[in-house]
Design a protein around this ligand. Structure first.
Ligand SMILES: Cc1cc2nc3c(=O)[nH]c(=O)nc-3n(C[C@H](O)[C@H](O)[C@H](O)COP(=O)(O)OP(=O)(O)OC[C@H]3O[C@@H](n4cnc5c(N)ncnc54)[C@H](O)[C@@H]3O)c2cc1C
Length: 381
């Protein structure tokens, strides 16, 4: 019997894991990518990404992050690479932050290990952290950081080793007025398959202007790496957890692989074109991060900027993923809308996509097209 065939467009974390899970399910998979897995323009690029199960009351993300963490460890084992660092994540909240209470309640319900730390305990345990203005914190010990670009490359390599084909090509925007989909590369080849998965991150609105269009907005996001003091191990990943300061809208990863102390600005930036944008950080972003460091990590107040990246979130209106069939073509699936928090969930997204294509599950309403509007109302953090 002929195997069913699928073309996955996009080798970011969502497309790569979709390809791997579909190969495992017996599909004949071709992964088509314009620039390369986790390339410098993609949302999945950069050295590291945070993994955490804490998501307030939205338990599907807690479950998916937990399931995905197991898969990331499996990938690390089969590829012989150090992909995950379980240094823990410290959720820092203002006094009475409901997000921390909701996260703790979800953790209790789902059996996720965690510890509630009064600000005084944070100060005692991590004297590098300035606790002025902080309420209780929540510590999730099995969370941490994933070596993002290496991890996506490993997923693609593993999918190819299991029989997927990898092809470098750019797919043209689809003509959504046709009754059946025609998926064509920029060089004019028509790509035939029984099913298609479009996992093009911030490019989805261009690829599917009618179905997606304003339902995903790409925003410019800055990541800053500050140099740690010489001979001082206090800001390394062995001595500090990943931290998220919800009130400040900033988060960071301690010095990992000597890249520097990473600070990410989680507030949505201006609109960005992922193809043509120049990736130079703004002075204001550096100043904002520096002012924050002076307060929260005082020893880094004068630290030099040693590296930086401009990336983009591909935001849906609420911050929930977009994983659904095309409204008129049932064999075309959309997987995107990572909204600044999707990386860690790559394995669960891939499994969900494979389940959808194999008919083992239905569309999750939270991820459906119908739940997405073009008006920003972020509800997932
Ligand atoms: C600054 C920043 C920090 C983040 N931090 C975290 C974090 O700490 N933890 C976390 O879990 N998540 C985080 N995220 C979110 C996460 O990185 C993204 O949600 C996730 O990487 C999205 O993956 P994707 O596969 O959907 O998109 P992408 O990685 O953008 O992949 C899409 C791919 O499709 C290809 N493509 C596009 N159009 C075409 C075409 N027409 N033909 C062929 N190929 C095409 C592109 O080249 C690209 O490789 C962060 C994101 C950013 C920007």
């Amino acid at each position: 019997m002929n195997r069913r065939s699928v073309i996955v467009v996009g080798a970011g974390v969502f497309g790569a894991w979709s390809a791997l899970r579909l190969v495992r399910d017996g599909w004949a998979v071709t992964l088509v990518e314009a620039y390369g897995p986790a390339n410098g323009r993609a949302s999945s690029s950069d050295h590291s990404r945070v993994t955490r199960a804490g998501y307030g009351a939205i338990d599907i993300y807690t479950r998916w992050a937990t399931e995905s963490l197991t898969a990331w460890h499996w990938l690390a084992k089969v590829s012989g690479m150090r992909l995950v660092n379980e240094c823990g994540v410290l959720f820092l909240g203002a006094h009475g932050s409901p997000l921390l209470d909701e996260t703790a309640a979800t953790f209790r319900q789902l059996g996720v290990a965690h510890e509630r730390l009064p600000a005084a305990t944070v100060a005692a345990r991590y004297p590098q952290i300035g606790v002025i203005g902080l309420g209780d914190a929540l510590f999730e010990p099995r969370a941490g950081a994933i070596r993002a670009r290496d991890a996506v490359a490993a997923v693609v390599a593993h999918a190819v080793a299991r029989g997927a084909k990898y092809r470098t090509a750019r797919v043209d925007p689809l003509d959504e007025t046709r009754t059946t989909p025609v998926v064509r590369t920029a060089s004019g080849d028509v790509l035939h398959a029984d099913a298609y998965v479009l996992a093009c991150g911030p490019w989805l609105p261009t690829l599917l202007p009618l179905a997606v269009g304003g339902r995903i907005r790409a925003t410019r996001q800055e990541l800053l790496y500050f140099g740690v003091p010489p001979g001082d191990p206090r800001f390394g990943i062995e001595r500090l957890p990943v931290w998220i300061d919800f009130a400040a809208g900033l988060y960071g990863i301690p010095d990992l692989d000597a890249r520097g102390f990473k600070v990410g600005i989680d507030r949505h930036g201006a609109a960005i074109d992922p193809d043509s944008a120049e990736r130079l950080v703004d002075d204001e972003a550096v100043a904002l991060a520096r002012a924050f460091l002076a307060r929260r990590f005082p020893a880094l107040a004068g630290a030099p900027l040693v590296d930086s990246r401009v990336c983009q979130y591909e935001n849906t209106s609420t911050g929930d993923f977009l994983i659904d069939a095309h409204p008129t073509w049932p064999n075309v699936w959309i997987a995107g809308g990572g909204s600044g928090h999707g990386f860690k969930h790559g394995p669960a997204v891939g499994s969900h996509v494979a389940d959808l294509l194999s008919g083992r599950t239905g569309v999750e309403p939270r991820f459906g097209l119908e739940s997405k509007t073009s008006t920003a109302a972020r509800a997932v953090f």
